[in-house]
Design a protein around this ligand. Structure first.
Ligand SMILES: Cc1cc2nc3c(=O)[nH]c(=O)nc-3n(C[C@H](O)[C@H](O)[C@H](O)COP(=O)(O)OP(=O)(O)OC[C@H]3O[C@@H](n4cnc5c(N)ncnc54)[C@H](O)[C@@H]3O)c2cc1C
Length: 379
C-alpha cells in the first residue's frame, strides 16, 4: 500500500487556512497528511482595518482562535519557518525540520518600514490589528487639522484600501462633527487616483464630491518628522497633522534565502500553474507570490482552489478542470452606505458595477462570511 503524501503548508493566514481546509475535504485520510506551519496565535480578519479605527466594529469580533477555523484533520504547528532546502524537500523552522512531498508557500507579506526613512514612529496605518487599535485611539482624540491618507507601495495588499479609508474617514469626521475643521488629502503614487483605468474616474469623482484634495504622482520618499512633512521622489512636499499611510511591503526573507527566484522576497511563479520554475512539487499562493494580479484575499482563494484541485488530480481523485486563471473579485467600501463590486481575471476584462446599498450590506457581512465560510474553505 502506498504511504500518505505529506503536504506541508507554510503560513496560517487566509491562503494557508483556506487551502488546508479545501485539501482536507478533497483527499482521504490515508492519502494525505496535511500540516500547516504558521506563527499566528489567532487568526485576524484584515478587512477589520477599515472598521476598528472608526469604532464601526468591536475589535474582539475581528479575530478567532485557529482551532475554530481548521479542519481537525489538519495538523497545525506553531513555529517560524526560517528556510527551505528545495533539493532535499525539507523545511527548516526555529524548532524542527519537516519533510514534504508537496509544499505550499502562503506566508504573505511583511512590512518594509525601512524603505521610507522617517516612517517608523510617525506614520500610522490600519494594516494589522495593533496599528488599527492605535489609530482608533488617535482618531477618537482628533479635533481637527490636516489628515493625509495615502500609500507608500502600489504593490501592497488590497490596492483600493487608501480610497476606502479616505471615504470612511470623511463619513466618520462628519458623524463626529469635525469635518468642517479637517482637510483630507489623498496622496497617490500613480498618474491617476487608482491603478486601474476603468475604476480611477469613479474614485476621483467620489473623492471630489466629498471634498477630498487629491495629489497624484506622489511617491513618498521620506518623512521629515520634526516638520510633519512627507517628501516625494520628484522633490514635492506635503504637510500634515496626522499621516495615515499604507506601509511598504516585502515577502518573507526565507523565500530569498532558500534560493527561489523572487522580487522583493515575493516568489516568482508560473502565472498559470503557480509553480516556481523547475518545481512541480512547490506552489506559491496568496500575497507571497509575485503575480500580475492584485494581492487580495479573493485572489488567494482562487489560487487555493486551483492548487487543491491540482494536487487532488495528481493523486487521481478528481479531473482538473483548468489552469489558474488569475480571477479577482472584490466588494469595496464606497462611503455613505454604498459599496462597489469589481471583477476581473487574466483574460477577462474588468467589470465595474455601479456603487449601491446592497453591496455595502454585503461588505458589512464580510467578516461573518469570512470566518464562517471563506477561510474554512467552503468558498
Ligand atoms: C486593511 C486591509 C483590508 C483588506 N481588505 C480586503 C478585501 O476587502 N478583499 C480582499 O480580497 N482582500 C483584502 N485584503 C487583503 C487580504 O487580507 C490579503 O490579501 C490576504 O490576507 C492574503 O492572504 P495570505 O494568506 O497570502 O497572507 P496572510 O493572510 O498575511 O497570511 C500569512 C501568514 O503567514 C504567517 N507567516 C509569515 N511568515 C511566516 C514564517 N516565517 N513562518 C511561519 N509563518 C509565517 C503569518 O503569521 C500569517 O498567518 C485586505 C488587507 C488589509 C490589510
Amino acid at each position: 500500500m502506498n504511504r500518505a503524501v505529506r503536504i506541508l503548508i507554510l503560513g496560517d493566514g487566509t491562503a494557508g487556512l483556506n487551502v488546508a481546509n479545501k485539501l482536507s475535504v478533497l483527499l482521504g485520510k490515508d492519502e494525505a497528511f496535511i500540516t500547516v506551519v504558521g506563527s499566528s496565535s489567532r487568526h485576524y480578519y484584515k478587512g477589520s482595518g477599515f472598521l476598528i479605527p472608526f469604532g464601526y466594529c468591536k475589535p474582539s469580533e475581528s479575530y478567532k482562535p485557529l482551532p475554530f477555523l481548521l479542519n481537525p484533520r489538519v495538523e497545525h504547528i506553531r513555529d517560524e519557518v526560517t528556510g527551505i532546502r528545495v533539493k532535499d524537500r525539507t523545511v527548516i523552522t526555529k524548532k524542527r525540520t519537516l519533510n514534504y512531498d508537496y509544499l505550499i508557500i502562503a506566508t504573505g507579506t511583511s512590512f518594509a518600514y525601512d524603505r521610507i526613512p522617517g516612517y517608523l514612529g510617525e506614520a500610522k496605518h490600519f494594516y494589522d490589528f495593533e496599528h488599527s487599535m492605535e489609530l482608533k485611539g488617535i482618531l477618537n482624540d482628533f479635533t481637527g487639522g490636516t489628515i493625509v491618507v495615502g500609500t507608500a507601495d502600489l504593490k501592497a495588499p488590497c490596492p483600493p484600501a487608501p480610497f476606502e479609508f479616505a471615504v470612511l474617514l470623511d463619513q466618520f469626521l462628519r458623524e463626529k462633527g469635525i469635518r468642517g475643521k479637517t482637510k483630507i488629502k489623498y496622496v497617490y503614487p500613480a498618474k491617476n487616483v487608482f491603478l486601474i483605468d476603468k475604476i480611477a474616474p469613479v474614485f476621483e469623482a467620489k473623492l471630489k464630491e466629498i471634498g477630498v484634495e487629491i495629489e497624484t504622482e506622489f511617491q513618498t520618499d521620506s518623512i521629515i518628522q520634526k516638520n510633519h512633512e512627507i517628501h516625494s521622489t520628484s522633490g514635492k512636499s506635503i504637510n500634515y497633522d496626522l499621516l495615515i499611510m499604507v506601509p511598504p511591503v516585502k515577502g518573507q526573507d526565507f523565500i530569498a534565502e532558500s534560493g527561489l527566484d523572487h522580487t522583493n522576497n515575493f516568489a516568482k511563479v508560473d502565472k498559470n500553474t503557480l509553480n516556481p520554475e523547475g518545481h512541480d512539487e512547490i506552489f506559491v499562493i496568496g500575497d507571497a507570490a509575485d503575480l500580475p494580479v492584485p494581492k487580495a484575499a479573493t485572489s488567494a482563494i482562487f489560487a487555493a482552489e486551483y492548487v487543491s484541485k491540482k494536487i487532488a488530480s495528481n493523486l487521481g481523485d478528481i479531473m482538473l478542470g483548468s489552469e489558474y486563471e488569475g480571477d479577482v473579485g472584490c466588494t469595496l467600501y464606497f462611503g455613505d452606505g454604498e459599496g462597489m463590486t469589481v471583477y476581473f481575471a487574466y483574460e477577462k476584462a474588468i467589470s465595474v458595477q455601479k456603487p449601491k446599498r446592497f453591496d455595502y450590506l454585503l461588505k458589512k457581512m464580510e467578516a461573518d462570511m469570512y470566518f464562517s465560510g471563506i477561510v474554512r474553505g467552503m468558498m
